[in-house]
Design a protein around this ligand. Structure first.
Ligand code: SF4
Ligand code: SF4
Length: 388
Protein backbone atom coordinates (compact mmCIF):
# COMPACT_ATOMS: atom_id res chain seq x y z
CA UNK A 1 0.00 0.00 0.00
CA UNK A 2 1.19 3.51 -0.75
CA UNK A 3 1.47 6.17 1.93
CA UNK A 4 -1.68 7.77 0.51
CA UNK A 5 -3.56 4.46 0.71
CA UNK A 6 -2.43 3.98 4.31
CA UNK A 7 -3.56 7.50 5.23
CA UNK A 8 -6.96 6.75 3.69
CA UNK A 9 -7.15 3.41 5.52
CA UNK A 10 -6.41 5.14 8.83
CA UNK A 11 -9.21 7.67 8.29
CA UNK A 12 -11.66 4.92 7.30
CA UNK A 13 -10.83 2.93 10.45
CA UNK A 14 -11.20 5.97 12.69
CA UNK A 15 -14.53 6.79 11.07
CA UNK A 16 -15.86 3.30 11.88
CA UNK A 17 -14.93 3.73 15.57
CA UNK A 18 -16.56 7.19 15.76
CA UNK A 19 -19.65 6.18 13.77
CA UNK A 20 -20.19 3.28 16.17
CA UNK A 21 -20.20 5.52 19.24
CA UNK A 22 -16.61 6.21 20.31
CA UNK A 23 -15.85 9.71 21.60
CA UNK A 24 -12.09 9.68 20.98
CA UNK A 25 -9.87 7.64 18.67
CA UNK A 26 -6.17 7.61 17.93
CA UNK A 27 -3.42 5.52 16.38
CA UNK A 28 -0.19 4.45 18.08
CA UNK A 29 2.69 2.21 17.06
CA UNK A 30 4.94 -0.49 18.51
CA UNK A 31 8.00 1.75 18.41
CA UNK A 32 6.46 4.06 21.04
CA UNK A 33 5.69 1.04 23.24
CA UNK A 34 9.13 -0.58 23.06
CA UNK A 35 10.11 0.52 26.59
CA UNK A 36 6.73 -0.26 28.16
CA UNK A 37 5.96 -3.47 30.15
CA UNK A 38 5.41 -6.81 28.32
CA UNK A 39 1.64 -6.28 28.07
CA UNK A 40 2.40 -3.47 25.59
CA UNK A 41 3.99 -5.96 23.19
CA UNK A 42 1.58 -6.23 20.27
CA UNK A 43 3.34 -9.27 18.81
CA UNK A 44 2.13 -11.42 21.75
CA UNK A 45 -1.36 -11.17 20.22
CA UNK A 46 -0.53 -10.55 16.58
CA UNK A 47 2.93 -11.41 15.19
CA UNK A 48 4.16 -8.58 13.02
CA UNK A 49 1.72 -6.02 14.46
CA UNK A 50 2.93 -2.48 13.92
CA UNK A 51 0.00 -0.25 14.90
CA UNK A 52 -2.77 -0.01 17.47
CA UNK A 53 -6.02 1.84 16.94
CA UNK A 54 -7.49 2.78 20.34
CA UNK A 55 -10.73 4.54 21.12
CA UNK A 56 -12.57 5.74 24.24
CA UNK A 57 -16.14 6.23 25.52
CA UNK A 58 -16.53 8.95 28.16
CA UNK A 59 -18.72 8.16 31.16
CA UNK A 60 -21.82 10.40 31.40
CA UNK A 61 -21.64 12.76 34.38
CA UNK A 62 -25.26 12.30 35.46
CA UNK A 63 -24.72 8.55 35.79
CA UNK A 64 -21.53 9.17 37.82
CA UNK A 65 -23.33 11.56 40.18
CA UNK A 66 -26.24 9.14 40.73
CA UNK A 67 -23.74 6.34 41.33
CA UNK A 68 -21.78 8.21 44.00
CA UNK A 69 -24.96 9.56 45.64
CA UNK A 70 -26.28 5.94 45.77
CA UNK A 71 -29.37 7.25 44.06
CA UNK A 72 -29.17 4.93 41.07
CA UNK A 73 -26.49 2.37 40.13
CA UNK A 74 -28.11 1.55 36.81
CA UNK A 75 -26.80 4.49 34.75
CA UNK A 76 -23.20 3.42 35.45
CA UNK A 77 -24.14 -0.21 34.87
CA UNK A 78 -25.87 0.41 31.55
CA UNK A 79 -23.14 2.69 30.26
CA UNK A 80 -20.45 0.19 31.23
CA UNK A 81 -22.37 -2.49 29.34
CA UNK A 82 -22.84 -0.20 26.34
CA UNK A 83 -19.13 0.71 26.30
CA UNK A 84 -17.72 -2.82 26.56
CA UNK A 85 -20.15 -4.46 24.14
CA UNK A 86 -19.79 -1.62 21.64
CA UNK A 87 -15.99 -1.72 21.98
CA UNK A 88 -16.04 -5.40 21.09
CA UNK A 89 -18.47 -5.02 18.15
CA UNK A 90 -16.48 -2.06 16.83
CA UNK A 91 -13.19 -3.93 17.10
CA UNK A 92 -14.63 -6.88 15.21
CA UNK A 93 -15.97 -4.59 12.50
CA UNK A 94 -12.61 -2.85 12.11
CA UNK A 95 -10.73 -6.16 12.03
CA UNK A 96 -12.98 -7.46 9.27
CA UNK A 97 -12.69 -4.18 7.37
CA UNK A 98 -8.89 -4.28 7.43
CA UNK A 99 -8.65 -7.96 6.50
CA UNK A 100 -11.27 -7.76 3.71
CA UNK A 101 -9.90 -4.61 2.10
CA UNK A 102 -6.12 -4.88 2.51
CA UNK A 103 -3.33 -7.43 2.66
CA UNK A 104 -2.82 -6.66 6.37
CA UNK A 105 -3.81 -8.71 9.39
CA UNK A 106 -5.73 -7.38 12.38
CA UNK A 107 -6.52 -8.51 15.91
CA UNK A 108 -9.50 -7.56 18.10
CA UNK A 109 -8.35 -6.66 21.61
CA UNK A 110 -10.67 -7.94 24.36
CA UNK A 111 -11.82 -4.81 26.24
CA UNK A 112 -11.50 -6.38 29.72
CA UNK A 113 -11.71 -9.59 31.82
CA UNK A 114 -8.88 -11.38 30.05
CA UNK A 115 -5.53 -12.07 31.63
CA UNK A 116 -2.64 -13.97 30.12
CA UNK A 117 -2.66 -17.60 31.20
CA UNK A 118 0.11 -19.28 33.17
CA UNK A 119 2.61 -21.46 31.32
CA UNK A 120 0.64 -24.58 32.33
CA UNK A 121 -2.50 -23.10 30.71
CA UNK A 122 -4.27 -22.30 33.98
CA UNK A 123 -6.19 -19.06 34.36
CA UNK A 124 -5.31 -16.09 36.51
CA UNK A 125 -6.65 -16.61 40.04
CA UNK A 126 -7.25 -13.37 41.93
CA UNK A 127 -6.89 -15.02 45.33
CA UNK A 128 -3.65 -16.86 44.52
CA UNK A 129 -1.89 -14.59 42.00
CA UNK A 130 -0.51 -11.19 42.95
CA UNK A 131 -0.70 -9.84 39.41
CA UNK A 132 -2.50 -10.49 36.14
CA UNK A 133 -1.59 -9.09 32.73
CA UNK A 134 -3.82 -8.57 29.68
CA UNK A 135 -2.77 -9.88 26.27
CA UNK A 136 -2.49 -6.25 25.22
CA UNK A 137 -2.87 -3.28 27.52
CA UNK A 138 -5.39 -0.85 26.04
CA UNK A 139 -4.32 1.91 28.41
CA UNK A 140 -0.68 1.71 27.27
CA UNK A 141 -1.90 1.60 23.67
CA UNK A 142 -4.07 4.65 24.34
CA UNK A 143 -1.09 6.67 25.58
CA UNK A 144 0.86 5.67 22.46
CA UNK A 145 -2.18 6.65 20.35
CA UNK A 146 -2.25 10.19 21.77
CA UNK A 147 -5.34 9.88 23.95
CA UNK A 148 -3.73 10.89 27.26
CA UNK A 149 -1.35 9.79 30.02
CA UNK A 150 -1.42 7.20 32.79
CA UNK A 151 -2.82 8.96 35.88
CA UNK A 152 -1.98 8.45 39.54
CA UNK A 153 -4.62 5.71 39.83
CA UNK A 154 -2.87 3.79 37.03
CA UNK A 155 -5.55 4.33 34.38
CA UNK A 156 -5.68 6.40 31.21
CA UNK A 157 -6.49 10.05 31.94
CA UNK A 158 -7.72 12.10 28.98
CA UNK A 159 -8.31 15.83 28.54
CA UNK A 160 -11.96 15.28 27.56
CA UNK A 161 -13.15 12.74 30.17
CA UNK A 162 -10.34 12.47 32.72
CA UNK A 163 -10.06 8.83 33.79
CA UNK A 164 -13.82 8.28 33.59
CA UNK A 165 -13.82 6.38 30.32
CA UNK A 166 -13.72 2.91 28.77
CA UNK A 167 -11.39 1.77 26.01
CA UNK A 168 -11.53 -0.44 22.95
CA UNK A 169 -8.87 -1.33 20.41
CA UNK A 170 -7.53 -3.22 17.42
CA UNK A 171 -3.97 -4.20 16.50
CA UNK A 172 -2.85 -4.42 12.92
CA UNK A 173 0.19 -5.24 10.83
CA UNK A 174 -0.58 -2.12 8.74
CA UNK A 175 2.13 0.52 9.29
CA UNK A 176 -0.26 3.41 10.00
CA UNK A 177 1.07 6.89 10.71
CA UNK A 178 0.75 7.40 14.50
CA UNK A 179 -1.13 10.41 15.85
CA UNK A 180 0.81 12.96 17.94
CA UNK A 181 1.16 12.03 21.59
CA UNK A 182 -0.46 14.31 24.17
CA UNK A 183 2.07 16.65 25.75
CA UNK A 184 0.11 18.00 28.71
CA UNK A 185 -0.56 15.51 31.51
CA UNK A 186 -4.19 15.93 32.61
CA UNK A 187 -3.61 14.05 35.87
CA UNK A 188 -3.31 17.01 38.23
CA UNK A 189 -1.97 14.91 41.12
CA UNK A 190 -5.00 15.75 43.30
CA UNK A 191 -4.95 12.17 44.76
CA UNK A 192 -8.73 12.15 45.10
CA UNK A 193 -8.62 8.74 43.41
CA UNK A 194 -6.56 7.41 46.35
CA UNK A 195 -8.75 9.10 48.96
CA UNK A 196 -11.94 7.59 47.52
CA UNK A 197 -10.51 4.05 47.29
CA UNK A 198 -11.69 1.94 50.24
CA UNK A 199 -9.22 -0.86 49.53
CA UNK A 200 -5.88 0.96 49.59
CA UNK A 201 -4.83 -0.81 46.39
CA UNK A 202 -2.49 2.04 45.45
CA UNK A 203 -0.52 4.48 47.54
CA UNK A 204 -1.61 8.08 48.00
CA UNK A 205 1.96 9.28 48.46
CA UNK A 206 4.44 6.76 47.12
CA UNK A 207 5.23 6.55 43.40
CA UNK A 208 5.56 3.14 41.73
CA UNK A 209 9.22 2.55 40.96
CA UNK A 210 9.47 -1.23 40.58
CA UNK A 211 7.32 -1.38 37.46
CA UNK A 212 8.32 1.56 35.24
CA UNK A 213 6.09 2.47 32.30
CA UNK A 214 7.78 4.50 29.56
CA UNK A 215 5.77 5.27 26.43
CA UNK A 216 7.12 7.29 23.51
CA UNK A 217 10.10 8.17 25.73
CA UNK A 218 7.84 9.64 28.43
CA UNK A 219 7.82 8.10 31.91
CA UNK A 220 4.29 7.61 33.20
CA UNK A 221 4.00 8.51 36.88
CA UNK A 222 1.52 6.53 38.98
CA UNK A 223 0.94 5.43 42.55
CA UNK A 224 2.66 2.36 44.00
CA UNK A 225 0.37 -0.63 43.58
CA UNK A 226 -0.20 -3.63 45.76
CA UNK A 227 -1.48 -7.15 45.04
CA UNK A 228 -4.32 -7.14 42.49
CA UNK A 229 -6.67 -9.00 44.83
CA UNK A 230 -6.68 -5.96 47.06
CA UNK A 231 -8.61 -4.05 44.40
CA UNK A 232 -10.49 -7.01 42.90
CA UNK A 233 -12.58 -8.03 45.93
CA UNK A 234 -13.73 -4.43 46.31
CA UNK A 235 -14.14 -3.67 42.62
CA UNK A 236 -16.32 -6.75 42.11
CA UNK A 237 -18.43 -5.56 45.04
CA UNK A 238 -17.75 -8.24 47.63
CA UNK A 239 -16.55 -5.74 50.22
CA UNK A 240 -16.08 -1.97 50.49
CA UNK A 241 -16.43 0.44 53.38
CA UNK A 242 -14.56 3.52 54.55
CA UNK A 243 -12.03 3.33 57.39
CA UNK A 244 -14.50 5.04 59.76
CA UNK A 245 -17.32 2.70 58.60
CA UNK A 246 -19.64 5.60 57.72
CA UNK A 247 -19.85 5.19 53.92
CA UNK A 248 -19.09 2.56 51.37
CA UNK A 249 -19.11 1.44 47.78
CA UNK A 250 -22.09 -0.50 46.36
CA UNK A 251 -21.10 -3.47 48.55
CA UNK A 252 -23.27 -5.05 51.23
CA UNK A 253 -20.35 -6.61 53.15
CA UNK A 254 -19.11 -3.71 55.27
CA UNK A 255 -15.63 -5.11 55.65
CA UNK A 256 -12.84 -2.50 55.68
CA UNK A 257 -9.38 -3.56 54.53
CA UNK A 258 -7.63 -0.28 53.82
CA UNK A 259 -5.58 -0.37 57.00
CA UNK A 260 -4.28 -3.90 56.34
CA UNK A 261 -0.65 -3.85 55.26
CA UNK A 262 0.80 -4.92 51.91
CA UNK A 263 2.58 -7.80 53.68
CA UNK A 264 -0.70 -9.05 55.09
CA UNK A 265 -2.34 -8.93 51.67
CA UNK A 266 0.51 -10.95 50.17
CA UNK A 267 -0.09 -13.70 52.74
CA UNK A 268 -2.27 -16.43 51.12
CA UNK A 269 -3.68 -17.31 54.59
CA UNK A 270 -5.04 -13.75 54.95
CA UNK A 271 -6.80 -13.94 51.59
CA UNK A 272 -8.27 -17.37 52.40
CA UNK A 273 -9.57 -16.05 55.71
CA UNK A 274 -11.15 -13.04 53.98
CA UNK A 275 -12.75 -15.32 51.38
CA UNK A 276 -14.23 -17.50 54.13
CA UNK A 277 -15.55 -14.45 55.97
CA UNK A 278 -17.33 -13.26 52.81
CA UNK A 279 -18.74 -16.56 51.56
CA UNK A 280 -18.93 -19.23 54.24
CA UNK A 281 -18.33 -18.16 57.84
CA UNK A 282 -21.30 -18.84 60.12
CA UNK A 283 -20.50 -15.49 61.75
CA UNK A 284 -21.62 -13.79 58.53
CA UNK A 285 -25.43 -13.46 58.18
CA UNK A 286 -26.81 -15.98 55.69
CA UNK A 287 -28.43 -13.27 53.50
CA UNK A 288 -25.01 -11.64 53.05
CA UNK A 289 -23.38 -14.95 52.13
CA UNK A 290 -26.13 -15.61 49.57
CA UNK A 291 -25.75 -12.09 48.18
CA UNK A 292 -21.96 -12.52 47.89
CA UNK A 293 -22.58 -15.78 45.99
CA UNK A 294 -24.79 -13.91 43.51
CA UNK A 295 -22.26 -11.10 43.09
CA UNK A 296 -19.36 -13.46 42.40
CA UNK A 297 -21.59 -15.69 40.23
CA UNK A 298 -22.44 -12.80 37.93
CA UNK A 299 -18.81 -11.72 37.79
CA UNK A 300 -17.48 -15.23 37.18
CA UNK A 301 -19.76 -15.85 34.21
CA UNK A 302 -18.23 -12.80 32.53
CA UNK A 303 -14.78 -13.60 33.74
CA UNK A 304 -14.88 -17.21 32.48
CA UNK A 305 -15.92 -15.93 29.06
CA UNK A 306 -12.66 -13.89 29.22
CA UNK A 307 -14.32 -11.01 27.39
CA UNK A 308 -16.20 -8.08 28.92
CA UNK A 309 -17.50 -7.36 25.42
CA UNK A 310 -19.92 -10.30 25.47
CA UNK A 311 -21.16 -10.03 29.06
CA UNK A 312 -24.93 -9.57 29.46
CA UNK A 313 -26.42 -6.45 31.05
CA UNK A 314 -27.58 -8.48 34.06
CA UNK A 315 -24.06 -9.78 34.65
CA UNK A 316 -22.38 -6.37 34.27
CA UNK A 317 -22.40 -4.82 37.72
CA UNK A 318 -20.10 -1.94 38.64
CA UNK A 319 -19.93 -1.69 42.44
CA UNK A 320 -16.69 0.27 42.89
CA UNK A 321 -14.53 1.63 40.03
CA UNK A 322 -14.48 4.82 42.08
CA UNK A 323 -10.88 5.72 41.17
CA UNK A 324 -11.99 5.87 37.54
CA UNK A 325 -15.42 7.49 37.93
CA UNK A 326 -14.20 10.23 40.29
CA UNK A 327 -11.44 11.31 37.93
CA UNK A 328 -13.56 13.70 35.85
CA UNK A 329 -11.73 16.56 34.08
CA UNK A 330 -12.83 19.34 36.47
CA UNK A 331 -10.86 19.18 39.77
CA UNK A 332 -13.70 20.96 41.65
CA UNK A 333 -16.17 18.36 40.45
CA UNK A 334 -13.84 15.59 41.66
CA UNK A 335 -13.89 17.08 45.16
CA UNK A 336 -17.71 17.33 45.00
CA UNK A 337 -17.99 13.68 43.97
CA UNK A 338 -15.79 12.62 46.89
CA UNK A 339 -18.05 14.61 49.23
CA UNK A 340 -21.10 13.03 47.61
CA UNK A 341 -19.99 9.44 48.24
CA UNK A 342 -18.97 10.33 51.80
CA UNK A 343 -22.55 11.41 52.51
CA UNK A 344 -24.19 8.56 50.61
CA UNK A 345 -24.25 5.98 53.41
CA UNK A 346 -23.98 2.23 52.91
CA UNK A 347 -25.72 -0.49 50.94
CA UNK A 348 -27.45 -3.27 52.87
CA UNK A 349 -29.46 -6.35 51.94
CA UNK A 350 -32.96 -7.10 53.19
CA UNK A 351 -34.37 -10.55 53.96
CA UNK A 352 -35.57 -10.90 50.35
CA UNK A 353 -32.07 -10.21 49.04
CA UNK A 354 -32.89 -6.68 47.79
CA UNK A 355 -30.36 -3.87 48.04
CA UNK A 356 -31.34 -0.84 50.11
CA UNK A 357 -29.49 2.26 51.28
CA UNK A 358 -29.09 3.51 54.85
CA UNK A 359 -27.68 6.97 55.42
CA UNK A 360 -27.93 9.90 57.80
CA UNK A 361 -28.96 13.41 56.76
CA UNK A 362 -27.41 16.66 58.06
CA UNK A 363 -29.70 16.58 61.13
CA UNK A 364 -28.52 13.09 62.00
CA UNK A 365 -31.82 11.46 60.98
CA UNK A 366 -31.63 8.02 59.47
CA UNK A 367 -32.90 7.68 55.89
CA UNK A 368 -33.66 4.29 54.34
CA UNK A 369 -34.64 3.73 50.71
CA UNK A 370 -34.50 1.26 47.86
CA UNK A 371 -32.61 2.43 44.76
CA UNK A 372 -34.23 1.55 41.40
CA UNK A 373 -33.68 -1.89 39.95
CA UNK A 374 -32.51 -2.52 36.39
CA UNK A 375 -36.14 -2.41 35.22
CA UNK A 376 -37.21 0.57 37.36
CA UNK A 377 -34.30 2.89 36.57
CA UNK A 378 -34.95 5.91 34.35
CA UNK A 379 -31.75 5.08 32.48
CA UNK A 380 -32.92 3.23 29.41
CA UNK A 381 -31.51 -0.11 28.46
CA UNK A 382 -30.09 1.10 25.16
CA UNK A 383 -28.90 4.44 26.41
CA UNK A 384 -25.88 6.10 25.00
CA UNK A 385 -25.81 9.27 27.12
CA UNK A 386 -22.74 10.73 25.44
CA UNK A 387 -24.81 11.20 22.32
CA UNK A 388 -28.07 12.54 23.83
S1 SF4 B 1 -8.11 11.74 40.59
FE1 SF4 B 1 -6.50 13.34 40.50
S2 SF4 B 1 -4.56 12.28 41.05
FE2 SF4 B 1 -6.10 10.69 40.60
S3 SF4 B 1 -5.69 10.16 38.47
FE3 SF4 B 1 -7.33 11.70 38.49
S4 SF4 B 1 -6.29 13.70 38.29
FE4 SF4 B 1 -4.73 12.16 38.83
S1 SF4 C 1 -11.60 0.01 41.60
FE1 SF4 C 1 -12.15 0.61 43.68
S2 SF4 C 1 -10.93 -0.76 44.97
FE2 SF4 C 1 -10.02 -0.84 42.95
S3 SF4 C 1 -8.37 0.67 43.03
FE3 SF4 C 1 -10.21 1.69 42.18
S4 SF4 C 1 -11.22 2.64 43.93
FE4 SF4 C 1 -9.76 1.14 44.72
Amino acid sequence: MTTTDLAKLKEQIKKIALDMGADLVGVGNQERLKDAPPSADMSFSLPGAQSCIIWAYGDPIDAIEDYFAKKDRMGAKKFKHFAYTTAWKTAEKIRKFIESNTEYKAYTVVPNYKSRRHEDGSRFDMYKDDWGYPDFSLKYGAVAAGLGHIGWQGLLVTKEFGGACYLGGVLTTAPLEPDPMVEENYCTGCKICAKICTSGHFSETEEEDEYPVVIGGVKQVYGKREAFCRCAVTNIGLIGVSEDNTWGTWAAHHIGTKKDSAELWRDPAYRTKLKKKIFSSKDTPKKLRIHAGKVIGNFMRGSLAENAGIVTLTEMNPRCGSCSYVCVPDPKKRAELLKLIKSSGKVSIDDDGKEYIEKFNEDGEKIVYYPPSQEESHYTKDMDPQKT
